[in-house]
Design a protein. Sequence first.
Length: 155
Amino acid sequence: MPWRSQLSTRRVRLVTGWILFAFVAMHLLNHALGLISIGAMERGRGWFNLVWGNLVGTLLFYGSLAVHFALALQALYRRRTLRMPAREALHLVLGIGLPLLLIPHIVALRIAPISTGHFLDYGRVVHSLWNNPVAGWRQVAALLVAWTHGCLGLW
C-alpha cells in the first residue's frame, strides 16, 4: 500500500476513533450523573441526545463505528504475521471483543425499544442491572474495555 494511502487510512481510523471516544466519554459522563440522582441522569440524557440522538449524530456515530471496525479488520488482514507488540495486540483484542460485550446493551436499549415502542428510562435500566448482576458486570467489563481500547488508540 502506498505511503499516502496508509497515512490517509490511519488518519480516517484516528478521526473515527476520536468520534467514538467522544461518544463513550459523553455516555460515561451521563452515567456519572447517577452519583447525583437518577433524575440527573435523565436530564443529562437530554444533552447527550442533543448531540447523538439526531440524524447527524446518529449517522456520525454508526458511520464511525462501521468504518473504524472495517479499517481495523483490513489492517489485521493486511498483516503478514500476527507477531506484534503486546500493546498493539491488547488494543486489537479489546477492539474486536468490545462488540461482543455490547450486543446485549444495544439490543436492550436500541433495537428492542424501536421494535416494541417501549422506551426505558434510567430508573428501569438501573433496576434491571441491580436485579441481574451478570448484566451489570458485563456493562462494567464493556466500560473498561472501551475506555482502555480508546486510550491505547490515542497513545
